[in-house]
Design a binder for this molecule. Sequence first.
Ligand code: ASP
Length: 436
Amino acid sequence: MITTKFGGTSLADGQRFAMVRSILAMDDRRRFIVVSAPGKRHPEDVKITDQLYRCHEAARSGGDVAAVFQPIAQRFREIIRELGLALDLEDEFKFTLWVMERGAGQAFCASRGEYFSGRIMAAYLNLPFVDPAQCVFFDDHGQFDGEMAQQSLSARLSGLDGAVMPGFYGGTPDGAVATFSRGGSDISGAILARATGAEVYENWTDVSGILAADPRIVANPQSIKSMTYREVRELAYLGATVLHEDAIYPVKMAGIPVNIRNTMCPEDNGTWIVAESDAPAGAITGIAGRLGYSAIQVEKERSNTEVGYCRKILSCLERNGVPFEHLATGIGSVSLVAPTALLMAHRESLLHDIHEAVHPDTLQIIDGLAMIAVVGRGMAGRKQVAGQLFSAVGQAGVSVRLIDQGTKELNIVLGVEESDYAKAMNAIYHGFFPNA
Ligand code: ASP
């Protein structure tokens, strides 16, 4: 049996609901379905979830909630009409508006996109509707409770041969609605896959799999055929956003492979995400990157012989509440990389504390860095990868400000000037995928 999850662009209007039904009809193992809220129909359109957050904002600031809610209800009415369904959700629309106007919580407001989308899909496919508010549990602090959800969802599904469940939300012990972070329907799909013991978790979206590089930076990057759970996490960390990173955990636990597919091109195989890939690994699997980093550079002669030197620096970060993502050391120098936005409020006190703690020869914060992660299980033990990587960026005239290599030889992270970011990404991509 296969669990499928359809994202917002796959459900943007009636026609796309119909495409979903034809995809399901292609394989009768596709019986458990998770849906997102309708997304954008065209680039200028607004996602239903964004409109719902605006409803909550309007209610909070004493604005006109009905004016924001009406176009939402109208989009759902249109989908029902386009599909020719006899479903009548008018009373529920009225009730939803009524509670929103009376101060319903943000999570409840945001969750209604998935809720109505699920109600319509269940009616359209003639399958039972499973409301996650009653079986996907979050604790009192709004933290998702994986084991509890596994038990209650399995109990709720027992005896069912198929079902439609809205993604993105669940319920708390006091009966309120809680949501995952944005894009969280991917997590709901993974939870449902685990609870149903699915053989595959198919995640249907608007691209034919995970791309080897960001298409906004590199023209037409190829899609990755097969990769491991671990590689997805490494790429997601620096910005590859096809799958929510928390969606990996439930399927990894249960050893369920994930297949990312394109609703608009169902014949494409997409990307397979598995525990151990037996597909031949290229030198690298993919590249991801992000702007907006700063490096705190501390230099002091003979610090390499000073016991506890790094700990003193790190405790200054801890005291100032600044997390760091990379640490690179040289002889007598330590460089700590953190997102600039998180450093902002603490710059002066952090510099002051480090001065006091280790009396460095020089201490500075360098802004405007971009971090690039080059990821691939094929890097382990392959000697030429680093050489190929540095010659690619070197030939493009990019100077590397910082290097950090993960212990598992699964990634190399480079820090470059933001102005060199696109040049470096393209050089690396074309260096490793010469035929692309
Ligand atoms: N609709 C939610 C969002 O826009 C959740 C999802 O689509 O996965 O973030």
